[in-house]
Write a protein that binds this ligand. Structure first.
Ligand code: TRP
Length: 328
């Protein structure tokens, strides 16, 4: 069946994926394969902009790819690859740099955040991060980019860069991508407060065993106002309840919603139910993951094959770009 266009998305190699990554991105990546030609990229070069050490880069790339494939990203139809395996992106980055106003880059909220977080490591690569991202997207002439709303300034920047390039070189070689905002409930970590993230160590990894999942779920922070088992709770402010909404049946969600409010169910039982449902939901993924993990070389082969397919598209775009620019 003819697909509706090309999708490109990238994610930094953060290693084993957690529920936030899964519900926020990976699940959607998997779903998009039915209707679009998809290209998913592990953006290792982007990771270099903030990494203090590259010690875990290779392993994190592997673990992330493993989770993607286990989740159902299908390399027989989708291109899955590592950014640095297709170096054409760095050539396009250089060319796009010349049409990227510095003031615009330093004004981006994402850049300002990074400067605030790490004032001693404001490198050129960090300023150019959105240019590299634009290069990723336009190298493959993507029609759509599925990303979270936080990436909107980068997509807008990409669109402006395409217009600047095409105008400056009087051509229509590059394509303006559209943004597909991934609509997801904000996934809060086990602390019940902050967005789930590895750096905050409040994550629930997909690759945990059923027992480990249960253990972590039992540590989740619930409604802080509910101190004793006999206190009524408020599911509206409880992260365990938000997770029930994702993993439990409509009947169970309704039950928890009612029983928590009248102290009919305690947090311990509520969490046990959640852990059980999470485990049921993730069981097929975990089985596939365990199978795939038996042959690590096959994962790297899949990524190499993805890079070969990506490179063919990239080289085609670059020959058009070089000609449009007038490089001798
Ligand atoms: N900046 C994106 C993020 O932090 C990652 C990324 C890099 C990306 N290149 C991309 C996303 C290209 C979509 C398309 O999430």
């Amino acid at each position: 069946m003819a697909k509706k266009g090309r999708v490109f998305s990238g994610a930094r190699p953060t290693g084993r994926q957690h529920l936030g990554n899964y519900l926020g991105a990976v699940k959607n990546y998997v779903a998009l394969q039915a209707d679009y030609d998809c290209i998913y990229c592990v953006v290792d070069l982007h990771a270099l902009t903030t990494l203090e050490t590259t010690r875990d880069l290779k392993n994190n790339t592997y673990e992330m790819a493993l989770d993607w494939l286990a989740a159902g990203i299908d390399p027989s139809q989708t291109i899955v690859f590592v950014q640095s395996h297709v170096p054409q992106v760095t050539e396009l980055f250089t060319i796009l740099s010349m049409v990227s106003p510095l003031g615009k880059l330093t004004d981006l909220p994402t850049f300002k955040d990074k400067v605030r977080e790490n004032p001693n490591n404001v490198n050129l690569g960090l300023v150019g991060y959105p240019v590299l991202m634009a290069a990723d997207i336009v190298l493959y002439k993507a029609d759509w980019v599925p990303v979270g709303i936080d990436q909107q300034p980068h997509i807008e920047f990409t669109r402006e860069t395409v217009r600047s390039f095409n105008y400056r070189y009087n051509c229509s070689v590059l394509k303006e991508p559209g943004m597909k905002v991934t609509e997801v409930p904000k996934v809060i970590g086990t602390d019940g407060q902050q967005k789930m993230s590895k750096s905050l160590n409040n994550q629930i990894e997909l690759a945990l065993t059923a027992e480990e999942t249960q253990k972590v779920v039992m540590t989740m922070v619930t409604d802080p106002a509910r101190i004793r088992r006999t206190d009524p709770g408020n599911p509206d402010v409880c992260n365990v309840f938000s997770m029930h909404k994702v993993f439990s049946s409509p009947e169970e969600i309704a039950m928890v919603n009612i029983e928590c409010r009248r102290a009919g169910i305690g947090c311990v039982d509520c969490k046990k139910l959640l852990a059980r449902n999470m485990n049921t939901h993730l069981a097929p993924l975990r089985e596939r993951r365990a199978e795939l993990a038996k042959r690590p070389d096959d994962i790297w082969d899949t990524l190499k094959d993805g890079a070969n397919r990506a490179r063919a598209i990239a080289e085609q775009t670059m020959s058009e770009v070089r000609a449009a620019v007038g490089l001798p």
